[in-house]
Design a protein around this ligand. Sequence first.
Ligand SMILES: [Zn+2]
Length: 310
Amino acid sequence: MPPPRPALAFAAASLLALTACGTGTEEAKGADGLTVVASAYPLQFLAERIGGDQVSVSNLTKAGGEPHDVELSPRSLVDLRQADLVIYQSDFQPAVDDAVADLDNAHDVVPAAHLELTATDDGHDHGGDASTGSAKAAPDPHFWLDPTKYADVADDVAEQFAQADPAHAAGYRTRAQELRGELDDLDREFTAGLAHCAQDELVTNHAAFGYLAAAYGLHQEAVTGLSPESEASPQDLADAIAHLREHGITTVYAETLLPTNVVDTIARDSGADVLVLDPVEGVTEESSGRDYLEIMRANLTTLERGQQCR
Ligand SMILES: [Zn+2]
């Protein structure tokens, strides 16, 4: 047998290279479904529930990370470009806003979430970040803690999936409808559970629970503001303690992903108890449940106890 001609050897090498390349792409893209990047856990959960087997979902915020101040790795930036669809919310994670600015595969869920609360709507007026003076009040991003708002965003995500992958549109819409049913159940449980509480003042660490409070007749007073990175000043602590005394509040809430020192200080100085609420910004071993629905039900049980509901 004669040795292979140079042209044939070249063709074989090219074929090998192509195959290797194709395999890599296949792994990144999944079989024939959509690859979706979600910017934080609440959108990851929606994407997974609505996408079912048709979608492979990754999360820019790693498990146990706090999403507000996420930093994106070079790998994440590549994933964002290669994804069929990026689901994010503007004005929540500055690093994500920057990263999606020049992408045309990114969808902002904020219009569907109807963010009508701002930092100053929680009753205390710290004027936002003191260093920026008269900065306009930032919208409260934590819409998912109101299950009815979360269901509206689920519908929006389903429509995005349907447009990106029309062959599976019916499945996306059906699963969004099923999820809405579960979120309606959750909403009913919260309404009933928090209907008769001795205390309607809710003192939290960062101001994540404004939409939940608004939906169920509570009034949130947060120690640190909309983002957990905003440091609590001695004045913030003094204000919180005065607020506890004024309203006879006996429970303050720490959070799963945050250090408890701020809340512990307030509790020590005021004699209040500390319970832990979870703003569902990430799921870890320490979380009170395995997913959004379980964690929200644990939050309800905690609130019924802390707000003395019957
Ligand atoms: Zn938050």
